[in-house]
Design a protein around this ligand. Structure first.
Ligand SMILES: Nc1nc2c(ncn2[C@@H]2O[C@H](COP(=O)(O)OP(=O)(O)OP(=O)(O)O)[C@@H](O)[C@H]2O)c(=O)[nH]1
Length: 390
């Protein structure tokens, strides 16, 4: 196997690191699938902020590569090239599967998928034998080219064939999930969110905290997002509807754009994995006029939350108390609150809830503290949280 790159080295943003034999024991997420199924495109769009159109120019991956995700969740993404066979002498199935938390298998739904199913079946049998805790996440991918009816039929057919084959081989206790995905809409972020959530042991506690926030603050929906990838790592227990998710996710882009103009001091530079690292404030940095305060204090933006460009090179806001509000023209509002360097809370609530704005700020502050305590209990910044007010 090949040598891992230093995540802090000065590599281009879209570069993926080859593998080394001296891996650290981070939780691992393995991405597999046949050639040209869309693996590298997915990883680059979600974790490197590549635009979907740019993926047309991606070259075929010929060697296994890994990307260290420097986020709230410290994990490794491994991209297993489609041309490599499991029986290849360079592949060590023990190394590959034993530390693997989740295995994402990408199937090109626009292509003939019988070959992909055969490969998936082989992978499941081998991986499950070596590590029965792996969750298998099947991405039925490139659904942008399919009608709604065709999508459902494809998913049903893939599920049935795989289920029958596994049952015939007497393999029953496999954790298997299916997701319909495309890099051309939010479905790929939604699917990755669900995959990552299964790797977070504190998920039930995070969900409880978000439920408390909703019931005490009249919040209709709240998501805890990883800022850089826009994967949501938790949400309250009300059902996720795609429109609310898209609005909340787009708000991160809007606030990033506004921050890129008005943020006072903290410019961030993208790490090789596409993640943001904040630089310390410069002594004379930033705008001297009052506009500079807008992004770090209450930025009230009467803006449509759609179609804004994103800028991966800038921090979203500047401190852990930063927040922003966008009032929509349908009586709803979006409220964003930074939790820490990697995470933000984005919520959808009724506009009239802002009559008690102080309460909203206070309660979001309490939940942010509690979230930090749950996710980073050793951090000195996480003192005991205050009580929620109703
Ligand atoms: N229509 C559509 N095309 C996609 C999607 N995702 C990826 N593609 C295209 O599929 C082609 C192959 O994508 P890659 O990401 O290179 O595929 P890969 O699985 O990494 O291929 P190997 O490196 O050969 O294993 C590219 O032209 C992408 O633009 C999608 O969601 N929809």
């Amino acid at each position: 196997m090949l040598v891992a790159g230093d995540p802090k080295s000065n590599v281009p943003q879209h570069a993926w690191m080859p593998l080394s034999s001296g891996q650290t024991a981070k939780p691992r997420l393995l991405v597999m699938g046949l050639r040209r199924s869309g693996k590298s495109s997915i990883l680059n769009v979600v974790f490197n902020k590549m635009s979907p159109n740019e993926t047309l120019f991606l070259e075929s991956t010929s060697i296994m590569s890994r990307n260290d995700i420097l986020s709230f969740l410290d994990f490794q993404l491994w991209d297993f090239p489609g041309n490599l066979e499991l029986g290849d002498s360079t592949v060590d199935p023990g190394l590959l599967f034993q530390q693997c938390g989740a295995l994402v298998f990408v199937i090109d739904a626009q292509d003939e998928y019988i070959g992909a199913l055969r490969r998936l079946y082989e992978v499941i049998i081998l991986a499950h034998r070596l590590n029965s805790t792996i969750t298998f996440e099947v991405f039925i991918h490139k659904i942008d080219g399919l009608s709604d009816e065709h999508k459902i039929d494809t998913q049903r057919d893939i599920y049935q064939r795989l289920h029958d084959e596994l049952a015939e081989s007497n393999v029953h206790d496999v954790h298997l999930s299916f997701h319909l995905t495309s890099i051309y809409d939010h479905s790929i972020f939604e699917a990755f969110s669900k995959v990552i959530q299964k790797l977070i042991p504190q998920l039930p506690t995070l969900e409880n905290l978000l439920n408390m926030l909703c019931s005490n603050t009249n919040v209709e929906k709240v998501f805890l997002f990883d800022t850089a990838s826009k994967i949501y790592i938790a949400t309250d227990s009300s059902p996720v509807d795609m429109q609310s998710y898209e609005l909340c996710s787009d708000m991160i882009d809007v606030v990033m754009d506004i921050s890129s103009i008005y943020a006072r001091t903290q410019h961030a530079k993208a790490t090789p994995s596409g993640y943001l690292s904040l630089q310390p404030p410069s002594t004379n940095g930033g705008s001297s006029n009052g506009r500079a305060q807008a992004s770090s204090n209450a930025a009230v933006l009467e803006a449509a939350a759609n179609g804004m460009a994103r800028d991966p090179g800038l921090a979203i806001v500047e401190d852990d108390e930063s927040h922003a509000t966008i009032r929509l023209n349908n009586g709803q509002a979006l409220y964003l609150r930074q939790v820490n360097q990697h995470l933000v809370l984005v919520s959808l609530l009724r506009d009239d809830s802002f009559e008690r704005q102080g309460l909203i700020h206070y309660n979001f502050g309490c939940i942010s503290e509690a979230l930090n305590m749950v996710l980073m209990p050793e951090s000195p910044a996480t003192a005991a949280p205050h009580q929620l007010h109703i």
